[in-house]
Design a protein around this ligand. Structure first.
Ligand code: GLN
Length: 485
């Protein structure tokens, strides 16, 4: 990709400097060249993409296309359905599953004349923080191929960071967009719960899941958000709200804005290099006229524990449908229906998925329900109230996205160590709030992510601050060695 942003690429198409066909072909050439190393894609949609690009080129020529991103290639996480193509969730369970319908968010990007080029690798059923839980292969971090790209949307982050494409979609239940974005040095945005329809997203934990974009610039993210947000009758939790043109937030300055920095996410648990880059970013905002206070948000201390009750509880219910009877892997073992179901699930689910199902069913079982599930829901309420309290005085909550930079493969074999990756990202999911991770520098040669969490439906504030930040920094413009445009 020889363009610095999707917006620039779209402009070049509009002005006749290139075509969607050429850009789409270039994306496949880049994937061809670099995906042996990066392994971002589970499947490619080459024929469909090139055909669609031809149609879009014709529409652009005849002046029918008004989308600001028309003709630009985009990658799709493999838990989003696209009719006629495989949606595997990087699981053996769905290895051969062909989607009978298209997710609303995916349909919206197609309707806006973007070109889906392929489906991206992920942790199985979006459970994990490194993409090591994919049943197929591990995706590599373009900044250091011995390190994980983060997860669960590791493929979505790596494809943008390696310049195969300029845009992708992922999903975020406890940090799966922001954490890999931080590890790979790109922008990752989780909208307010309900902003983007979840119809056609394979459910992990329905009260936490949200779809969102990856990009190099916050402006590109703003445009993708305007495309994918909006009410959808197919999702009863989708918000009945107008969708603003988020790109209009890409202007102005941060003068007078008040930033809260929770001490719980800025102390000893954070690596010094990461802390330093986030402090630099804070100093930059202050130079631009914002102010900040270190605040206490003690409920964050319960975030991880309560998330790892609620998310597995919901997952155990959602994953009950994968039974070998209808559209999933079916074992040839077992004499009875029950034996067949047990064998199918035993064979096709990976270790982490099984762990979550066991924890979830345990937490929901009678006798333990009040002690675990109800208690976790109470902690969630306290977290929400704490955000409300902070937001009555501040515009945004700022912290590192992750406690450390990307780690080597195999470094977090203890699940608890892996879970700790999400300590800073989970609170926004628990409270349903919009949150973004922005590239804010490097530590030991690896990208560091800066997280901003906003008030409900105040995506615009995050975009405005992200824009001001990117005007003053060039971290988002740097390429990983060997992956330049
Ligand atoms: N890493 C977290 C988990 O394993 C979050 C995953 C996600 O956001 N999908 O549950």
């Amino acid at each position: 990709m020889s363009y610095a942003s999707a917006l620039e690429a779209a402009r070049a198409i509009k002005e006749g400097e290139t075509t969607s066909q050429k850009l789409t072909q270039a994306a496949f050439d880049a994937i061809n060249q670099t995906d042996q190393d990066v392994s971002a894609y589970v499947s490619l949609l080459k024929e469909e993409a090139l055909e669609q690009a031809t149609r879009v080129d014709a529409r652009i020529k005849s002046g029918e296309c008004r989308s600001p991103l028309a003709g630009v290639p985009i990658g799709i996480k493999d838990n989003l359905n696209l009719k006629g193509s495989k949606t595997t969730c990087s699981s053996k369970m769905l290895e051969n599953f062909v989607s009978p319908y298209t997710a609303t968010a995916v349909q919206k990007v197609i309707d806006a004349d973007l070109i889906p080029v392929g489906k991206l690798n992920m942790d199985e059923f979006a459970m994990g923080s490194s993409t090591e839980n994919s049943a197929f292969f591990t995706t590599k971090n373009p900044w250091n191929l011995d390190c994980v790209p983060g997860g669960s949307s590791g493929g979505s982050a790596a494809t943008v960071a390696s310049n195969q494409v300029l845009l992708s979609l992922g999903s975020d239940t406890g940090g799966s967009i922001r954490q890999p974005a931080a590890f790979c040095g790109v922008v990752g945005f989780k909208p307010t719960y309900g902003r983007v329809s979840r119809y056609g997203l394979v459910a992990f934990a329905s009260s936490l899941d949200q779809i969102g974009p990856f990009s190099r610039t916050i402006e590109d993210t703003a445009h993708v958000l305007s495309i994918i947000c909006g009410h959808d009758a197919h999702d009863s939790t989708s918000l009945q709200m107008d969708v603003p043109d988020f790109s209009t937030a890409c202007m102005g300055d941060v003068k007078g804005l008040k930033i809260a920095v929770p001490e719980e996410l800025f102390g000893e648990a954070i690596d010094e290099g990461v802390r330093q880059r986030v402090q630099d970013s804070l100093d930059l905002f202050v130079e631009q006229g914002a102010s900040y206070d270190i605040v206490s948000m003690t409920s964050f201390n319960a975030a991880l524990a309560s998330y790892y009750i609620i998310a597995p509880a919901e997952a155990s219910a959602n994953l009950a449908r994968f039974d070998g009877v209808r559209y999933t892997h079916r074992s040839s073992d077992g004499e009875t229906l029950k034996e067949m179901i047990v064998a199918s699930r035993g064979e096709a689910f990976g270790e982490e998925v099984k762990r979550r199902i066991m924890v979830g069913t345990f937490a929901l079982s009678s006798g333990y329900y009040d002690a675990f599930y109800v208690k976790a829901q109470k902690a969630r309420t306290v977290m929400r109230r704490e955000f409300d309290r902070i937001f009555s005085d501040y515009d945004v909550v700022l912290s590192p996205t992750t406690p450390s930079v990307a780690f080597p493969f195999g470094a977090k074999e203890d699940p608890m160590q892996m879970y700790l990756n999400d300590s800073a990202t989970i609170p926004a999911n628990m409270a349903g709030l919009p949150a973004v991770s922005l590239p804010c520098g490097f530590s030991d040669g690896m990208p560091v992510g800066l997280q901003l969490v906003g008030k409900p439906c105040d995506e615009a504030m995050l975009i405005k601050m992200g824009y001001a930040f990117q005007q003053q920094t060039d971290f988002h413009k740097r390429d990983a060695e060997g992956f330049s445009r």
